[in-house]
Write a protein that binds this ligand. Structure first.
Ligand code: GAL
Length: 392
């Protein structure tokens, strides 16, 4: 009896420990192969990305996950075990290499029979795949809906009077993999990617997800990036330690936006406590890319212990004002202009709860700007963002 009580207590304590050690207590940071390499990614690309995360200083800035996206899969053997394709000769060796650099290794699959790239998905092999990943030393799984949408369509046709049937099935498909990952005993961050269908910010934690995409894919385009940021406004309160809204990967450094637009991208992502997954070619990082991706103060806002996603205080035309409380009692504040022309504005700090004015630190220049009265007149340049930390 005493033995049983002791065992139960031990289980409780170790469960608490495992929970406290959740690998996604903070929004996860790393690099993903998709935005730059797409379907051509190879073992050598992943190894050199790992090398470059170290040599660029990205790892030491916090970017520790090296996430291999779609198109690594080969065939299943007679026992149903998944094997990588010829571009990935030895997945365990690749994971070991990534780990040897002080980094973590992420992989990708789908609850459907096929991934979005048409490669082998996990349908019917969830437990087996989770175990294979754990054996390889995988630390992160992005689980992308892809061909499971065909299964959902069939369910829709079979149940014309039950509008939710397809979504219940989808949630169960995600739960299956969540349970399978948990059963491996290895802490594997579980990242849901189903483009915001059926509000994953509500069911995500129940299927053991730690982050979930909130929208369709980002692209390297200012308007697409802004649209995604705006779409995340109403669901900000669903994000928090261990369960993060994921507005998709970063496009910084991929060439489709101007510097001030990429700065807006980083500003909004850190204000939203978004997972920060760089998607650029790390071998060609410009000084500008580095200054955005590796700004320690911006990263600290993203990773802040409170884990609050910013509230958009107001949106007036193309100008918006955002605030995010930080663990030390200060407030991160952003002003964003999506206007194509310069705009003169009068900011009222009382809107951000600082009715007696504030001491202002500018994150992007790293400078203290002194004490501001409650009203602050300023000019916003086209497609730009300001990011400050304010203290009463
Ligand atoms: C999309 C997903 C992208 C990328 C791609 C790979 O569905 O949203 O982030 O993973 O599939 O095929």
């Amino acid at each position: 009896m005493i033995k049983a009580v002791f065992a139960a207590l031990l289980a409780l304590v170790s469960f608490g420990f495992a929970e406290a050690q959740s690998p996604a207590e903070h929004p996860i940071m790393g690099w993903n192969s998709w935005n730059h390499f797409g379907g051509k990614v190879t073992d050598a690309d992943v190894r050199s990305a790992a090398d470059q995360l170290v040599s660029t200083g990205m790892r030491d800035a916090g970017y520790v996950y090296v996430n291999l996206d779609d198109t690594w899969q080969g065939k299943r053997d007679a026992n149903g075990i998944i094997h990588p394709n010829e571009r990935f000769p030895d997945m365990k060796a690749l994971a070991d290499y990534v780990h040897s650099k002080g980094l973590k290794f992420g992989i990708y699959s789908s609850p459907g029979a096929k991934t979005c790239g048409g490669y082998e998905g996990s349908l019917g092999h969830e437990t087996q795949d989770a175990q294979t990943y754990a054996k390889w030393g995988v630390d992160f799984l992005k689980y992308d809906l892809c061909s499971y949408q065909d299964d959902m369509e069939k369910i829709r046709e079979a149940h014309p009077d039950d509008a939710d049937a397809e979504f219940r099935a989808m949630i169960e498909a995600y739960r299956k993999m969540g349970d399978a990952l948990k059963a491996t005993g290895r802490p594997i961050v579980y990242s849901l990617c189903q483009y915001g269908l059926a509000e994953p910010w509500k069911f995500g934690p129940q299927v053991k997800g730690q982050m979930w995409r909130t929208t369709d894919d980002i692209s390297d385009n200012y308007y697409r990036m802004m649209l995604i940021a705006y779409a995340n406004v109403p669901i900000a309160s669903f994000s928090g330690p261990g369960h993060w809204n994921d507005p998709d990967m970063l496009e910084i450094g991929n060439g489709g936006m101007k510097f001030s637009e990429y700065r807006t991208h980083m500003t909004l992502w850190v204000m939203m406590s978004a997972p920060l997954l760089a998607g650029n070619d790390l071998s060609k990082m410009s000084e500008e890319d580095r200054s955005l991706l590796m700004n320690r103060e911006a990263i600290a806002i993203d990773q802040d212990a409170l884990g609050k996603s910013a509230e958009r205080i107001w949106q007036r035309g193309d100008i918006s004002f955002w605030k995010k409380p930080l663990a030390d009692g200060s407030t991160a504040v952003a002003v964003v202009s999506a206007d194509a022309s310069p705009r003169d504005i009068l900011l009222d700090l009382a809107d951000a709860g600082l009715g007696s004015g504030a001491t202002v630190h500018d994150v992007w220049s790293g400078k203290d700007l002194g004490r501001w009265p409650v009203r602050h007149a300023m000019r916003m340049e086209p497609h730009s963002a300001q990011l400050w930390v304010l203290r009463k």
